[in-house]
Structures are given as C-alpha cells and as structure tokens.
Ligand binder design. Structure first.
Ligand code: 6PG
Length: 223
C-alpha cells in the first residue's frame, strides 16, 4: 500500500485519470463530493479520451439528472466537458437497486468478461469508513458471488437506495486509488489503512488481489 500525504491530492488524481485515458484504459469513477475538483482539473487538460471507457463504482438509485446522481456530478465536472469523450457505461439508478445492479453486472460481463480488471478504479472513503456503497452496518459488504449488488438501504446520507460494485470486483482492479480529504475522514483513514486495520470497516477490505493500492490524502485527512 502506498500512502501519500499531498498538498493537492486532486491534482495527482487528475494526472492518473489523464494518463489512463490517453492509453485507452478502463476507468472507474467514484461519487461523493471529494473527486469533483479532480474531475474538473482533468477536464481542463483537454486530453483525447476517445479510446477509454468510463465506468462507475457506485450509484444512487435515481435517474441521471437527479441532484443525487453520481453520474450527473461526473458528467457536469468531466465527461460533458471533453471534446473527445470516452465511452461511458453508467449504472442505471432509475431501474432501482436490484434491477440496476443486475443490468450493470450483465454489462460488465459482456464487455470485460467474468473477471473484469479495470485499469484505474477511484474510490472515496466515508467518515464511517464505507467504500463505494458498501456500508459497515449493512450486509452487502459480505457479498462475494457477484460483481455488483443492489443496496436497498443506504448506511448514511443521502438516504436513497444504491448500486455498488462488490469487494471482489473492486479488488480485481489493476490500480485502486483512494482520494480522501478533510479532517472528518481522519478516523476512517486510521480504521481503513492503519496497522492493523479495523476489519469492521469495509474500506479495510479493499486490498487488490494482484494490483496496486494507492491512498492519496491531504494533510487534514492524515491521522
Ligand atoms: C457515494 C460514494 C461514496 C463516497 C464517500 C465519500 O456515492 O456516496 O461513492 O462511497 O465516495 O461517501 O464521499 P465524500 O467525498 O462526499 O465525502
């Protein structure tokens, strides 16, 4: 695990996005508020994304125009601003958590096979150490027989059902990168990446099987 404490971790994420997009890689974006600046910085660089494919790690069970949609945020900050956009495979929150998860699982299997290995998978970290939409108090963190799971009840705000990649799907990626900023995340960082980690925290189970794990923190988030 490579933990880096940086002045501006969003810039490093933007660099990674640009590099992977330029190579035509498969990129998984994260939701939440932390990555917005990274997406905006990446958009400003004007790289050719046309060979790349963009996926999502989790989504709220709402339509793509809803204020809670992770796709809507990524679209506004990054995707709609690109002159040469990538292919985008979004989670269809409007189908509801279970049908939406089933549809995304089928889409992944069709495009990447039963053992997908995304090149770059971005994640945020919740203050409760949740990751994607796998919450400490909910059962979906234990699901190992699927790539995508419906989450009927979120473990924190916004209280809308979710769709989420499972831990085995996340851990199959070639490079998993956490972007974590702000003092409200300090304890979660300790739980997820401390030595020893707190295994009740879903993020403590993000350990790529045959890939790299990078944790990018700002000073406030660093324990
Ligand atoms: C979501 C997320 C979630 C997020 C963390 C951190 O859909 O809510 O993907 O896992 O990354 O909750 O969110 P913030 O960046 O808003 O703190």
């Amino acid at each position: 695990m490579d933990v880096q404490i940086l002045e501006d971790p969003a810039k490093t994420v933007a660099d990674l996005l640009i590099e992977t997009a330029a190579k035509g890689g498969n990129i998984v974006l994260t939701g939440g508020s932390s990555p917005r600046r990274a997406y905006e910085l990446a958009a400003e660089r004007g790289t050719d994304w046309s060979g790349a494919t963009v996926w999502f790690g989790d989504e709220r069970a709402v339509g793509p125009d809803d204020e809670h949609s992770n796709f809507a945020m990524a679209d506004a900050a990054l995707l709609s601003r690109l002159e040469s956009p990538p292919q985008v495979v979004r989670m269809q929150g409007e189908l509801g958590p279970d049908a939406g998860a089933g549809a995304y699982e089928a889409e992944i299997r069709e495009r990447l096979g039963p053992e997908p290995r995304w090149d770059l998978l971005l994640l945020g970290l919740g203050p409760d150490a949740h990751v994607a939409s796998l919450f400490p108090s909910k059962p979906e963190k234990h699901v190992t027989d699927r790539l995508v799971v419906g989450v009927p009840e979120a473990g924190m705000e916004p209280q809308v059902p979710r769709i989420s990649l499972t831990l085995p799907a996340i851990n199959a990626a070639r490079h998993v990168v956490f972007l974590v900023t702000g003092a409200s995340k300090r304890q979660a960082v300790q739980r997820a990446f401390g030595d020893p980690p707190d295994l009740s925290s879903p993020a403590a189970h993000v350990r790529p099987r045959a890939g790299e794990l990078t944790v990018l923190l700002d000073r406030e988030a660093s324990p």
